[in-house]
Design a protein around this ligand. Structure first.
Ligand code: ACO
Length: 326
C-alpha cells in the first residue's frame, strides 16, 4: 500500500507584529508575566481586509511552489480552521478559487488546534486508497478576530497565520508512518466560542458582542493537554515499534512553552530536539503545526531519513499525533 508523503510546505504570517509591551497598554498584564507563564513574546495580527482564506492561499501558493506543482494538479483541498471566512461557503471553497485549483474538491475541517493533524489523517487515507494523487492540507486562522481584547487570560495567548502542506503517494520508505486522532466532547466547555452558532445564536465581535469570543478554562486545559498529547505521542511511537530516542525532531502544537516542556519531559525528548517558535507567533491554532513544520524545514532542522513527530491539542477537545519518516 502507498504511503502518504509531505512533498512541499509553505507558510504565511501577517506583517503586523503585536508585542507583549503593546498588550500592556490594552490589559493589566506584563511582558514578564506572559514570557514566564507562556513563552510568548509577540504575535502577528492580520490586516482588517484579510480573511482566513487570504492567509491560507498565500501559504498554499508557497507549498505548491516548493513541491514544484501547479494549482491545477490538486485533486483535494482540506482547510483546517476555527476562524472561517464565514459559516458557509467553506473557507476551502475560497482557497480553491483563489488558487485557481478548479480540479480539486474542497472542504473545511473543524478540529480547532488539532485541525491540521485531522487533515493529514484524512489526506493519508485518500492517498492510500489511491482515490486522490495530490492533496493540499491548510491550517489557517485569524484568532485576533475572536479574542476578547479586555480578557487578559486569553488575549495574550493567540496570534494569526497560515501553514500548508502538499501530500502525494510515496514510492519509497519515506512518508507518514501513522496518524492518530481523538475527540472527547465531554470536555467541550474547556475551550469554546459559544456565540458562534445555533446553540446560543450568532454574536458579532465586530459589533462589540463578546459571546463569540474564545472562552477558556486555562488551568484545566493545561493539565489535560499535557496528558493527552504525551499519551498519543507514545501511541504513535509504539504502533510503529519505535521509541522516543528514535525521534530526530519533535514539533508540538505551539500553545505554551510550559506545556511543550512538560510533554518533552514525559516523553524523554531532549530540548535540542524540540522545535519551538511560539515566542514569535503565539498560538495560531490549526496553523501552528504547519507553520512550525515549514520553518523547521527552512532552518534545515529536518534531513532526509529523519523521524519527525508532530502532536497537537485543541478545542473539542481534540488531540492527535503523526509520525513521519522524512
Ligand atoms: N497577565 C497577568 N496576570 C494574569 C494574566 C495576564 N495575561 N492572565 C492571568 N493572570 C493572573 C490570573 O488572574 C491569576 O491571578 P490571581 O491568582 O490573582 O487570580 C494568576 O495570573 C494566575 O493565573 P492562572 O490562570 O493560574 O495562570 P497559569 O499559570 O495557569 O497560566 C495560562 C495561565 C497561560 C492560560 C495557562 O493555564 C495555559 O497556558 N493553559 C493552557 C491554555 C492553552 O494552551 N489553550 C489553548 C489550547 S487549545 C488551542 O490551542 C485552541
Amino acid at each position: 500500500m502507498l504511503r502518504a508523503k509531505i512533498i512541499g510546505t509553505g507558510s504565511y504570517l501577517p506583517k503586523k507584529v503585536m508585542t507583549n509591551h503593546d498588550l500592556e497598554k490594552l490589559v493589566d498584564t506584563s511582558d514578564e508575566w506572559i514570557m514566564t507563564r507562556t513563552g510568548i513574546r509577540e504575535r502577528r495580527i492580520a490586516d482588517k481586509k484579510e480573511a482566513s482564506s487570504d492567509l491560507g492561499i498565500k501559504a498554499a501558493r508557497e507549498a505548491l511552489a516548493n513541491a514544484g506543482l501547479k494549482a491545477s494538479d490538486l485533486e483535494l483541498i482540506l482547510v483546517a480552521t476555527a476562524t472561517p471566512d464565514m459559516i458557509f461557503p467553506s473557507t476551502a471553497a475560497y482557497v480553491q478559487h483563489g488558487l485557481g485549483a478548479g480540479n480539486a474538491a474542497a472542504m473545511d475541517i473543524s478540529a480547532v488546534c488539532t485541525g491540521f493533524i485531522f487533515g493529514l489523517s484524512i489526506a493519508e487515507q485518500y492517498i492510500k486508497t489511491g482515490r486522490y494523487k495530490t492533496i493540499l492540507v491548510v491550517g489557517t486562522e485569524i484568532m485576533s478576530r475572536i479574542l476578547d481584547w479586555t480578557d487578559r487570560k486569553t488575549c495574550v495567548l493567540f496570534g494569526d497565520g497560515a501553514g500548508a502542506a502538499i501530500i502525494q503517494g510515496s514510492e519509497d520508505e519515506s512518508g507518514i508512518l501513522s496518524t492518530h486522532i481523538y475527540t472527547d466532547g465531554s470536555y467541550a466547555d474547556f475551550l469554546l466560542a459559544p456565540g458562534s452558532g445555533t446553540r446560543h445564536g450568532y454574536g458579532s465581535a465586530a459589533q462589540g458582542d463578546k459571546s463569540n469570543c474564545i472562552h477558556m478554562k486555562g488551568n484545566e486545559t493545561f493539565k489535560v493537554a499535557v496528558n493527552f498529547m504525551s499519551k498519543v505521542a507514545r501511541e504513535a511511537l509504539e504502533s510503529n515499534g519505535l521509541a522516543s530516542e528514535d525521534i530526530d525532531l519533535f514539533i508540538p502544537h505551539q500553545a505554551n512553552q510550559r506545556i511543550i516542556e512538560a510533554i518533552a519531559k514525559k516523553l524523554g525528548v531532549p530540548s535540542e530536539k524540540v522545535f519551538m517558535n511560539l515566542h514569535k507567533y503565539g498560538n495560531t491554532s490549526a496553523a501552528s503545526v504547519p507553520i512550525a513544520l515549514d520553518e523547521a524545514l527552512r532552518e534545515n532542522r529536518i534531513k532526509r531519513g529523519d523521524l519527525v513527530l508532530i502532536v497537537a491539542f485543541g478545542g473539542g477537545l481534540t488531540w492527535g499525533a503523526s509520525l513521519i519518516r522524512w
